[in-house]
Ligand binder design. Structure first.
Ligand SMILES: C[S@@+](CC[C@H](N)C(=O)[O-])C[C@H]1O[C@@H](n2cnc3c(N)ncnc32)[C@H](O)[C@@H]1O
Length: 258
């Protein structure tokens, strides 16, 4: 059941894949692409490329930026169950909207997440869940403060903040530097953004850039600390020559409103 009183700054939106998302009045943006669909987008742009690359791993530590409705985290668990994987997963997810997370036990998630009800309830009550296979921690507060404090080494980053136009501080070269500091030599990052400024910020922090294509979906970006086989490589040096005015987002310029 959707409870408008719990989310006065948000409106429920039905996506084209039949899953629900919210529209944030504060950020003037939906939480997911309503065309691609919340569940479809999480699976195709985030979970499948990540698990395709990391399929041999027995355990994965994932940084999910930011938790929002939790689709990327829950789609990860759904994918693991669907594919009968034994992968142990530890998910760390910054989020500053505590009321939203606490309201998720009453959100109308798609039927695919039905088996996750006890986990969703635990997260909305305790902001934490743990069993033998999964550990999920909500890092309550500003991601710009919580990410530099992370002590774990991260295998996979889901970069799913509101767009650079509406939430630029979560897309800057400096924020990507904080992510690079907790990355391994083979960390991968998946994101819906294909913006040149975003890709440059990642590239300037040592990530190789690739295009990810999925069916019935706009293409997206996979970034990796090491060269990947089987993905369409984007030559950023060539991009810089062709687009000499493109620049990564910088904290300082955003703060002074440039
Ligand atoms: C696009 S939504 C994330 C959707 C989410 N990945 C999902 O699958 O449901 C962006 C989220 O970032 C959160 N957010 C925005 N700025 C933040 C910040 N500086 N620190 C922590 N959370 C932030 C918002 O509250 C919102 O829940």
């Amino acid at each position: 059941m959707y409870n408008q009183e719990l989310r006065p700054q948000k409106e429920l939106v039905l996506c084209e894949d039949g899953s629900n998302t919210l529209f944030s009045k504060e950020f003037d943006e939906p939480y997911h692409s309503t065309k691609d669909g919340a569940l479809h987008e999480s699976l195709e742009k985030y979970v499948k490329p990540a698990f395709g690359i990391k399929k041999e791993f027995e355990s994965l530590t994932i940084l999910d930026i930011c938790f929002g409705l939790g689709y990327n985290t829950f789609a990860t668990l759904y994918y693991i169950k669907q594919n009968n994987l034994k992968t142990k997963v530890h998910i760390l997810s910054p989020e500053f909207d505590e009321d939203l997370v606490r309201s998720l036990s009453t959100f109308s998630f798609p039927p695919e997440f039905g088996f996750l009800k006890p986990i969703i309830k635990a997260i909305s009550e305790n902001l934490f869940y743990e069993d033998e296979q999964f550990k999920i921690e909500i890092l309550l507060g500003d991601a710009r403060e919580s990410v530099p404090k992370i002590e774990e080494q991260i295998d996979v980053i889901y970069q799913d903040a509101f767009s650079p136009t509406h939430n630029p501080l979560l897309w800057t070269k400096e924020f990507f530097a904080d992510m690079a500091k907790i990355s391994k030599t083979d960390t991968i990052l998946t994101t819906y953004s294909t913006a040149a400024s975003v890709r440059l910020g990642l590239y300037e922090n040592g990530f190789y850039i690739f295009i990810h294509r999925a069916e019935l979906m706009r293409y997206s970006t996979v970034a990796s600390m090491k060269m990947l086989e089987g993905f369409e490589y984007v030559d950023m040096e060539l991009k810089k020559v062709r687009n000499p005015t493109a620049r990564s987002f910088r904290d300082e310029e955003i703060k002074i409103g440039k």
